[in-house]
Ligand binder design. Structure first.
Ligand code: ATP
Ligand code: CA
Ligand code: CA
Length: 410
C-alpha cells in the first residue's frame, strides 16, 4: 500500500528504462565500492569507474534487460561524504534501489532537469546539465572540506555523481543523488524557493477548482501548499523565519559560512528552499498512511547520529514520545528545525530548509546570456550577476526574513 507523490514510474512509463538503468547502475557501483575506508587522496577526486551492462553480464555486472553504460565519479569521495552525512551504506542501497520504485516530480524547474524520489522519499535523483556536472567535479574537493568543517551546512548534500550512456553512446545523462529536504512523514503547509532577487519571483496562486485539467497533463492545484512560493510572495505575505536569539545566531552564522563557500566556488542562482510544517494543522491522512522505509536502529542516540545537519532535535518533540513510539522513528532523519520565540521557547512550526541548485557557475551562465543577447539583439534581462553580489544579496534577503521582535543583534 504505497502512496506516491508525483507520478509513479513503472514499466510503460516513458522514463522507465532511464530510471531502471540509473538505479541498476547505482546499485552495482555502490555495492562494489565497499571494503575498508582509507583516507582520501588526490587521486580519489579524479577517479572514475565505468560499468557496461548488457544481457550477457560480466564479472562486474549482472545480466541486464537493457544495454547501457554507467560511469561512477569519485566513488570513494562520495562514500566518505555519505558517511559524513550520516547515511548508513546498507540503508542507502535499500532506499535507492531496494525495489525499482521511483516517482517522478515532472520538471519542477525551468532547467529541464528531471527529479525522482527514492521509494522512501529520503533521496532525490536529479538529472543535471553537463556544465553542472563539470562544476561539481571541479569543486568537489572544496565541497568536501566545507562539509567536513561544517557539520550543520545548509548546502545540498550530494551522495553520488553518475552518468548514463544509452543508445550506443549517442545520449549521455548526468545525474546526482542528493537529500530530500522535506520529510516523507510530515505535511509541508507552505513552501518557498527564495533567491533574494525580486525580478519575476512571484507565483500566482489560483485555488479555484479547475475541472478542465482533470484528465489533462497538469495536475490540479487546490491549495496554497501545492505551490512553490517565491521572493515576492514572501514579501507580500510578510512571512518570517521565526527564530529566537539562539537559533538566529546559529542559523545566520551557518548561512554566512555557506554563502562564503558559494562565492568561493563562483556559483549563483541557488536558492533557500524552505518548507513550513504547521504543527497545529498536523498531517493529512495521506501522510499518516505513507509507508516509508524503517531505519535499522530505533535507539535514540543512534538516530541522532544519522544526520548531523540539525540545530536542535532535543526540544522538537516531547521526549516522552521517543523512542517508544515508532510513529516518530524518522525523526532522527528529517533534520527539521523548530521555530522559537524571543525567549528561545518552541513555537508550533517546524522548518525544513536548505540551499539548493548550487551548481550554476557564474561565468557559464553569463556566457550563455551574452550569447542569447547577441542573438536577440536585446540588452535587457541580465539575470546573471557575479557570485559575490549574488551571495551578498541572498544573505541580506534571508537575514531580513528572520524575525527580530526585540533587541537587534548586530
Ligand atoms: P531552475 O534552474 O529553473 O531553478 P532546476 O531544474 O535547476 O530549475 P531546482 O531549482 O534544483 O531545479 O529545483 C526546483 C524545485 O524542485 C525546487 O523549487 C523544489 O521545489 C524542488 N527541489 C529541488 N531540490 C530539492 C531538494 N533537495 N529537496 C526537496 N525539494 C527539492
Ligand atoms: Ca532553482
Ligand atoms: Ca538550476
Amino acid at each position: 500500500d504505497y502512496v506516491i507523490l508525483g507520478n509513479k514510474i513503472d514499466e510503460g512509463h516513458r522514463n522507465f528504462v532511464m530510471a531502471y538503468n540509473m538505479l541498476t547502475g547505482i546499485r552495482v557501483a555502490v555495492s562494489g565500492c565497499s571494503g575498508v575506508m582509507k583516507s582520501l587522496s588526490d587521486s580519489d577526486f579524479r577517479s572514475t569507474k565505468k560499468l557496461t551492462f548488457n544481457a550477457d553480464g560480466s564479472e562486474l555486472t549482472p545480466s541486464s534487460k537493457y544495454d547501457f553504460k554507467f560511469k561512477d565519479y569519485c566513488p570513494e569521495v562520495f562514500r566518505e561524504l555519505r558517511s559524513l552525512f550520516g547515511i548508513d551504506p546498507a540503508d542507502y542501497l535499500m532506499s535507492i534501489t531496494g525495489k525499482y520504485i521511483l516517482s517522478e516530480l515532472g520538471s519542477p524547474g525551468k532547467s529541464g532537469s528531471f527529479f525522482y524520489y527514492s521509494r522512501d522519499f529520503r533521496f532525490i535523483i536529479k538529472t543535471i546539465h553537463h556544465a553542472e556536472h563539470k562544476q561539481l567535479r571541479r569543486i568537489l574537493k572544496t565541497y568536501y572540506s566545507h562539509v567536513k568543517e561544517n557539520p550543520n551546512t545548509l548546502v545540498s548534500q550530494f551522495y553520488g555523481l553518475h552518468r548514463l550512456k544509452v543508445n550506443g553512446g549517442m545520449k549521455k545523462i548526468h545525474f546526482i543523488v542528493m537529500n530530500n529536504l522535506f520529510p516523507p512523514h510530515r505535511d509541508i503547509h507552505l513552501k518557498y524557493d527564495l533567491k533574494g532577487s525580486t525580478w519575476g519571483r512571484y507565483t500566482r496562486i489560483d485555488t479555484t477548482n479547475n475541472d478542465k485539467d482533470k484528465d489533462g497533463k497538469e495536475e490540479q492545484k487546490k491549495d496554497i501548499s501545492d505551490y512553490t512560493l517565491k521572493d515576492l510572495n514572501w514579501l507580500e505575505r510578510e512571512d518570517k523565519i521565526k527564530f529566537g536569539p539562539e537559533k538566529r545566531q546559529i542559523f545566520t552564522q551557518q548561512l554566512e559560512a555557506d554563502v562564503k563557500f558559494m562565492k568561493k566556488i563562483n556559483v549563483m542562482d541557488y536558492s533557500l528552499l524552505l518548507g513550513v510544517h504547521d504543527v497545529k494543522k498536523g498531517n493529512s491522512l495521506t501522510t499518516e498512511k505513507l509507508s516509508v522505509y524503517e531505519p535499522k536502529s530505533n535507539v535514540r542516540s543512534e538516530l541522532f547520529k544519522t544526520n548531523p545537519r540539525d540545530i536542535d532535535r532535543g526540544v522538537d518533540l516531547p521526549r516522552s514520545v521517543f523512542p517508544g513510539r515508532s510513529k516518530y522513528i524518522f525523526y532522527g532523519h528529517d533534520g527539521g528545525i523548530r521555530a522559537t520565540d524571543e525567549e528561545d521557547k518552541p513555537l508550533p512550526e517546524i522548518y525544513y530548509l536548505g540551499i539548493i541548485d548550487c551548481l550554476t557557475n557564474y561565468s557559464f551562465k553569463k556566457r550563455l546570456e551574452t550569447l542569447w543577447r547577441s542573438l536577440s539583439h536585446s540588452r535587457s534581462t541580465i539575470s546573471a550577476i557575479p557570485a559575490k553580489e549574488y551571495g551578498d544579496r541572498f544573505v541580506n534577503f534571508i537575514r531580513a526574513g528572520i524575525s527580530t521582535n526585540k533587541v537587534k543583534t548586530s
